[in-house]
Ligand binder design. Structure first.
Ligand code: ADP
Ligand code: MG
Length: 696
């Protein structure tokens, strides 16, 4: 393996392999399934399975698995080997079309939020032919959807595919009205930028909080944090560079277009961005990327932290979901056009997104809600919990002009008359982007910036696609019955701007004054996961998901349960870990260190009267802190017991938000202070400066 192009995609059963390995007829039939969703007949499936197996075995694979994304948020796989006994006593490698298309994993240990109780115990996986099969750890992995036996989705891929379909259907109606008749479907594309931290494995191993929860639950601020901004885009350290090189190679072999990598703002923080792909493929790739990131790190004696907030006081990690819609003929619907007519179409899609974000703020907000992400959103580092949009000066000015029927004097200084035929000609905004906006227009795509780093991007895109599909449906309903199409487009764009401009905010989203202004504008501010998740059950949100057949009522309710269960479980584990670390490590360490000081004090006193007062003072301070720690510990234990005794998941989540998290914060304060008073060799685990600056 020499150059990247030699090995790029070498572990993927991609179009090149299909073309080379499949009989022409089979290939065409499969392509039709991939491109147009045509059903696959069983003979074709058998032929594809045989070719896949031969190819995989040639590459050293011995097993196959249906690879799926249950609601745990990570991927799942159950491996079966290809072997089958042959009559002569040996083995053959076998894989049938049936095995390719459908699997029946035991679904009972995956979260279902009560779905299985209502329906059936068994679940099945179904091949997603639009996402290529690949080889990982000598196993042929077949991307699949995961459903209950009665067809209720138990995964994230199924509703994602449904939402893509919904959007395509409605966008096609609009395109038809604009005379685009050669378009067969509209696909959404996503390029997710992934942030992560790297820490030294040996240090990680000494921190139960990192091991059990993925984040530090204790740690005083180091003398240096991110205040110098000297890490962002800085020179990549040799160990990190070696990691990135290795990571790229592994991702490229899997056909993942890892493209850019750089240091992020916080020390030890980095980012990787792939080239964008169709949403379900981008989602599969992002799941794989997260897995490979962690695996490759271990080979380098490192641990890759994907948690949203591994360290207090420095930035957390997010994921920027760059999103656009494009036709199968290659036209990006969010690219300003060359002609006024194209621009009318662009403005219609643009305003559809504006209305979608405004109408379904809470769906977007809740799609990124997790215990981990609650530490970022609204905490002055990530976009705020308030969902608003940034459009840039030029677009905003154009929309203003349309709204007020005023002439637009843009970069080209052209005065425009209104009416669809003469919607303005303009160039895409090249002004600097607003990094504080949760949802920013960036020239030909939107960047939804609120996602957490460890989260699957599926949920955010399910909600985004559905919201936009719904608005496009409303638009199509109006326009299809309009007497004069061009006037109707103009009126619709104008009306939409007037009604939804409140969601456009080009200012600083981190500013305290924005919270007040947003409230005055009537925008929602859902600060925490329990606040946000409650909105999933609102009539409006349930209706939109159900009417576009993205989720059934049972699926929505099950997801509500599961998301809150995840929230409760994660915070509970954190509380338990804190309690354990305080009891077994921090308090004993302080006891030992105080005894050391007391002994020194005793010896000094014996030598010279009045000596040892430094030690005495310190022992006193530490004793006081130990008392505080002890009572904060008792309060946390009491709160955890209360949570445990709360059966209703909504009540439990609210109790965690209002009480448990407060008690956890109260316990951390005296512990962190005690750390600053304790000798380094006496502190029981590596501190922030070790973790953040330890990888060179
Ligand atoms: P920045 O850090 O400036 O936001 P990056 O280059 O790191 O930019 O990431 C931009 C991401 O947006 C990349 O993943 C890129 O492939 C993706 N992207 C570019 N064009 C589109 C598009 N039309 N649709 C979706 N994603 C896109
Ligand atoms: Mg970037």
């Amino acid at each position: 393996m020499s150059t990247v192009s030699d090995y790029f995609g070498s572990l993927v059963f991609d179009d090149r392999v299909m073309k080379a390995k499949l009989p022409a007829k089979v290939y065409q039939s499969l392509r039709k399934t991939i491109d147009e969703g045509a059903p696959l007949d069983s003979q074709v499936a058998d032929a594809v399975a045989a070719a896949m197996k031969d190819w995989a075995v040639e590459k050293g694979a011995t097993h196959f698995t249906h690879w799926f994304q249950p609601l745990t948020g990570i991927t799942a796989e159950k491996h079966d080997s290809f072997i089958a006994p042959s009559p002569d006593g040996g083995v053959m490698m076998e894989f049938s079309g049936k095995e390719l298309i459908k699997g029946e994993p035991d679904a009972s240990s995956f979260p279902s939020g009560g779905l299985r109780a209502t329906f059936e115990a068994r679940g099945y996986t179904a091949w997603d032919p639009t996402s290529y099969a690949f080889i990982k750890d000598k196993t042929l992995c077949i991307p699949t959807a995961f459903c209950s036996y009665s067809g209720e989705a138990l995964d994230k891929k199924t509703p994602l595919l449904r939402s893509m379909q919904a959007l395509s259907k409605q966008a096609m109606r609009i395109l038809k009205l604009f005379g685009n008749t050669d378009v067969k479907c509209v696909r959404t594309s996503v390029g997710p930028e992934q942030e992560y931290f790297l820490v030294d494995k040996a240090m990680y191993d000494k921190r139960p909080d990192l091991i059990f929860t993925g984040r530090t639950l204790f740690g005083a601020k180091p003398p240096k944090g991110q205040e110098l901004d000297d890490h962002y885009f800085g020179v990549i350290k040799p160990r990190v560079a070696a990691y990135m090189a290795d990571l790229n190679e592994e991702l490229w072999k899997l056909g993942i277009l890892a493209k850019t990598e750089h240091n992020e703002v916080a020390p030890a923080q980095h980012e990787l961005a792939p080239i964008y792909a169709t949403t379900n493929i981008a989602t599969d790739h992002n799941q794989l990327t997260m897995e490979i990131m962690q695996k490759v790190a271990l080979k380098h004696g490192l641990v890759c932290l994907l948690h949203e907030k591994p360290f207090a006081g420095v930035n957390g990690s997010g994921k920027h979901n760059n999103w656009s819609m494009a036709t199968d003929t290659g036209v990006n619907l969010l690219t300003p056009g060359e002609t006024p007519y194209e621009n009318a179409q662009f403005l219609l899609f643009l305003t559809a997104v504006i209305k979608a974000v405004d109408d379904y703020q809470s769906l977007l907000r809740l799609s990124v809600a997790t215990a981990g992400n609650d530490h970022r959103l609204g905490a002055n580092e990530a976009p705020p919990a308030i969902i608003s949009m940034f459009l840039g000066d030029e677009l905003t000015a154009i929309l203003d002009a349309i709204e007020t029927d005023a002439p637009y004097t843009g970069a080209e200084k052209t005065v425009m008359k209104l009416g669809a035929r003469v919607l303005p000609r303009f160039f895409r905004d090249t002004t600097d982007r607003n990094r504080t906006s949760p949802f920013a227009f960036t020239g030909n795509k939107f960047e939804f910036r609120s996602l957490g780093s460890s989260n699957s991007i599926a949920c955010a895109n399910i909600m985004l696609n559905t919201a936009v599909a719904d608005v496009l449906k409303q638009f199509a309903d109006t326009l299809e019955t309009a007497e004069d199409f061009e006037t109707a487009v103009h009126d619709l764009v104008k009306k939409t701007i007037t009604e939804h401009k409140r969601v456009i905010f080009n200012g600083n989203g981190y500013d305290e004054s924005w919270v007040k202004e947003a409230e005055a504008r009537g925008l929602e501010n859902l600060r925490t996961t329990p606040d946000a998740m409650a909105q999933l059950l609102s009539e409006k949100n349930m209706t939109v998901l159900m009417s576009h057949k993205v989720m059934t009522e049972a699926e929505i309710r099950s997801r509500y349960e599961i998301m809150l269960e995840n929230y409760c479980k994660s915070v509970n584990i954190e509380a338990m870990t804190m309690i354990d670390m305080v009891k077994k490590q921090i308090l004993p360490a302080l006891e030992t260190y105080s005894a050391r000081l007391a002994e020194s004090c005793r010896v000094k006193c014996a030598v010279a009267e009045g000596a040892g007062s430094y030690e005495a003072r310190k022992v006193k301070k530490l004793s006081l802190l130990m008392e505080q720690i002890d009572s904060a510990l008792a309060a946390l234990e009491e709160s955890a017991a209360k949570v445990k005794a709360t059966e209703d998941i909504t009540d439990a989540a609210c109790l965690i938000r209002d009480d448990l998290l407060v008690k956890m914060a109260n316990l951390r304060i005296p512990c962190d202070e005690a750390e600053t008073l304790t000798a380094k060799d006496a502190w029981p685990f590596p501190v922030y400066s070790d973790l953040l600056f330890g990888v060179r």
